[in-house]
Write a protein that binds this ligand. Sequence first.
Ligand SMILES: O=C(O)C(=O)C[C@]1(C(=O)O)C=C[C@@H](O)C=C1
Length: 112
Amino acid sequence: MTTSNAATPDADPAVLEELTRLRDSIDNIDAAVVHMLAERFKCTQQVGRLKAEHRLPPADPGREARQIARLRALAEDAKLDPAFAEKFLTFIIAEVIRHHESIADDTAGGRS
Ligand SMILES: O=C(O)C(=O)C[C@]1(C(=O)O)C=C[C@@H](O)C=C1
């Protein structure tokens, strides 16, 4: 699929071509991010079930601290704002913990 330039009809055609090329790359990257996040959530759902079955707490703050330190270092190497990388990971982990809690509730409900 090629991105349209409906909002910029009067721009130089060469500029529009460059904009389209960049937007096509952005669309590919966004698709990759969605697929990678879907794979990550498949893993964390398994972790959530394992934790619930063995009555382990949904959150592990020590693990999170290590992940954040690692991601911040990777971001710096990649010239990405480390504060943004931390915010992004924290946002994802908060959602994972919500899923873990819900799995734990469902699992506890099924126990005699
Ligand atoms: O590694 C775990 O224990 C997880 O539950 C996964 C995960 C994560 O999404 O990376 C989520 C919650 C924990 O606090 C730490 C990490």
